[in-house]
Write a protein that binds this ligand. Sequence first.
Ligand SMILES: [Zn+2]
Length: 242
Amino acid sequence: MYLISLLFFRKSEHGRRLKRAGVFVGLYLFTTLLLVPNIAPIFGREKVSNSELVKPHSMLYVLANRNYVRPELNVALGSIASSLNKRSKGIHVVYLDANFPFIDGFPLLPHLSHNDGKKLDLTFIYQDDNGSPTNLKRSRSGYGVYEEPRGDEFDQTNACNEAGYWQYGFPEYLSLGEVNKGIELDKDLTTFLAQAIVHEASVGKLFIEPHLKNRLGVENSKVRFHGCQAVRHDDHIHFQLK
Ligand SMILES: [Zn+2]
C-alpha cells in the first residue's frame, strides 16, 4: 500500500508528504478492514471472532492483520472461552499473535511457526491484590513479562542460553513495558484455561515453559516443550490445531 501511495503525487507537488501519508493510511485501512477479510477465505482463513468472551490484547494485532486463523480454530476458541467464562464470570480469553491472512509457509515474524492459520497465542490469566481474577495483563504488548522459574524449578531459559540459543529470551525486548505491577498469575484459572485448550479435539499441541507445566500441573500429551530454537513461553500460552 505504501508503494502504491508513492505513485500518487509528483515530486514538485506542494505538501506531498502529508498528502501521501493520508493516501497511505486510507488505502491501508480500506485494504485491512474491507479487502483482506474477503480474500482470506480463499486461503482457508478468517479473522479471530471477537466477542464479549474473546478479545485481542491490543487493536494493533487486528490492524496489522496478525489475527487470522482457520475456521476450526475459531470454533475451538469459542468453546474454550465459554468454558472459561462459566468457570469465572466476566473473565474473557485474550489473544495475541495469530497468523497472517494469506499463504501457507509465510511466517508471522518473530514467530516462525505461525505460518498456516493453525497457531494462536493467548495471555495468561491474572488476579488482583485481593486474589480476584482480573482481565488486566502485565505486559503492554502481551509478551515479554515472564513468570520466572523459582529457585527449585528447572530453568529452561538458562539451559537454552548455555546451549548457545541466544534468541530464547528475546521477547523481553517486545514487552513495550510492564504495566499493572500489582497483579499476579492466577494459577487456578490459567491451569483451567490450559486444560480447556488441550481438551478440544481439534487442538494438537500446547506450548508452555516446562517449569510452568509442572507448577500448574497440566498433564496431557498435547503439552510439549517447543525446543531451544523457539523463544521462551513463560509469558504466554501457544496452541495449535492438529
Ligand atoms: Zn505462538
